[in-house]
Design a protein. Structure first.
Length: 52
């Protein structure tokens, strides 16, 4: 990257408001867990009750 390089477009920073404050908390990763996790775990040959 050169010293005077610039972005092609502005990067988006995901964030959430902090209750009672006027600042935002930056989010680097969002982890989602499906409601049917146990079913998918069984499909893959694992026991969700033993190895969650």
């Amino acid at each position: 990257m050169t010293k005077n390089a610039s972005f092609l477009f502005s990067p988006v920073i995901s964030s959430l408001p902090i209750e009672g404050q006027s600042v935002l908390f930056p989010i680097g990763r969002i982890w989602c867990v499906g409601r049917n996790y146990a079913e998918h775990s069984r499909e893959m040959g694992s026991d969700p009750e033993h190895n969650p």
